[in-house]
Design a protein around this ligand. Structure first.
Ligand SMILES: C[S@@+](CC[C@H](N)C(=O)[O-])C[C@H]1O[C@@H](n2cnc3c(N)ncnc32)[C@H](O)[C@@H]1O
Length: 234
């Protein structure tokens, strides 16, 4: 599989942009993001993909969606105690690290991810932008399906927050999560054995700006409410 970094083409002229704000497009289209990521990884040459989630329903959903593809495996595992050892070129965590309950769980998870990667392996994660001065608003929830609601402002590092889920203007549920500062992710990534840590700001594909207008996206940018984290083992 080619280096993920080489695939992170942020060329806005391209018809199809593999990362960046493409997830927002998927949310707008009410498509489960996992589907497209898996398909992209297969397209880019992944020979084998293992997906884990601690939630049995999520794994059943993935199994039924990708039934019969021998390159794919899905298992119920917590990231806190998953068993893999130097097996993977690439690990991804898409909006999942914030569900670790505290610093200790985040450290265990990052250590397990590092252990699962081959030397030089790459790690990519989507996480909420861990900056205390950002205002997360319900406008973003109503437009994009979910937003992070801190108990107080500014939210302390490691504080518990709620993720509020919407279907259009209606709240349809919530989940407990943790607000980790960017510095905490970096400290624990280094402690786990990662280097070359980068934070990549998403952008919105021009065709969606053309469709919805700049103003529509203002509630999730400047600064961006989510970031792409990229790190290399070793
Ligand atoms: C917002 S969803 C993202 C799902 C998927 N990554 C995607 O992009 O569609 C967060 C997922 O993290 C899972 N999760 C939470 N804590 C976990 C843990 N300790 N180990 C593994 N998965 C966990 C939840 O069950 C949930 O499916």
């Amino acid at each position: 599989m080619p280096s993920l970094k080489s695939l992170l083409g942020f060329n806005q002229d391209e018809e199809e942009i593999p990362f960046g704000m493409s997830w927002i497009v998927e949310i707008l289209q009410h498509v489960i993001p996992t589907r497209t990521y898996v398909e992209n990884f297969l397209k880019w040459g992944a020979s084998h993909i293992i997906g884990i989630d601690s939630n049995e329903n999520m794994i059943e959903l993935c199994k039924s969606k990708f039934e019969g593809d021998s390159k794919l495996e899905f298992h119920v595992h917590s990231a806190i105690d998953m068993p893999y050892n130097e097996e993977f070129d690439l690990a991804t965590s898409l909006f999942a690290l914030q569900f670790m309950e505290n610093f200790n769980e985040l450290e265990k998870t990052l250590t397990n991810i590092q252990k699962a990667l081959k030397p030089g392996g790459e790690f990519l994660a989507f996480v909420p932008h861990g900056r205390p001065d950002i205002h997360f608003t319900d406008e973003a929830g109503k437009k994009f399906g979910a937003y992070l609601k801190p108990a107080s402002h500014p939210p302390p590092d490691g504080s518990r927050v709620k993720i509020i889920f919407y279907d259009k203007e209606e709240i349809i549920g919530d989940a407990d999560a943790t607000f980790f500062y960017v510095e905490t992710y970096e400290r624990l990534l280094r402690k786990a054995g990662f280097s070359k840590i980068e934070w990549i700001e998403p952008y919105i594909e021009p065709k969606f700006i053309a469709k919805y207008g700049e103003e529509f996206f203002q509630c999730i940018k400047d600064p961006p409410r989510d970031l792409l984290l990229y790190a290399i083992k070793g």
